[in-house]
Design a protein around this ligand. Sequence first.
Ligand code: 5GP
Ligand code: ZN
Length: 145
Amino acid sequence: MQGNHVEDYFSTLLPSFSFAMNSYLLNNIRGKKMTSCLFCTMVAGEIKPDVVFEDDTVLAFRDINPQAPVHILIIPKIHIATLNNLDDTLLAGQLLQTAIKLAKQEGLSEEGYRTVFNCNKKGGQEVYHLHLHLLGGRQMKWPPG
Ligand code: 5GP
Ligand code: ZN
């Protein structure tokens, strides 16, 4: 009888422990899906942006509030909060190569375009899932403000 009570006790506790651990892992381990992250929900297909390119590593879609005739966001499929957390040189190259390819696809290569990573508050970052802005189709100004 005593043994059964102990089993009952653990079988009640285990699911909530396992749920808590899963939530912890989902929200805290770098590179995993963040349940609360807007861009992770796009990668998961729960929100469907206007996708212009996708492969195993990156997703590129049109910005909802474009600041130029062409304004595309290129994101890693894994959750990386800011440029400060980007230590994967292969992934960095893949983001940039995607920008170069999409600039060509959008007819921007010859006239020119701008790529921007906004990092943290003073960098103007609003969405804390790394993204590379690709802007083009108008004359860019300097300083950018
Ligand atoms: P940040 O200021 O973080 O560098 O840029 C975030 C960008 O994400 C902004 O240009 C903003 O317009 C864009 N954005 C925010 N929410 C959404 C959304 O729900 N869908 C799309 N496609 N872009 C978004
Ligand atoms: Zn994310």
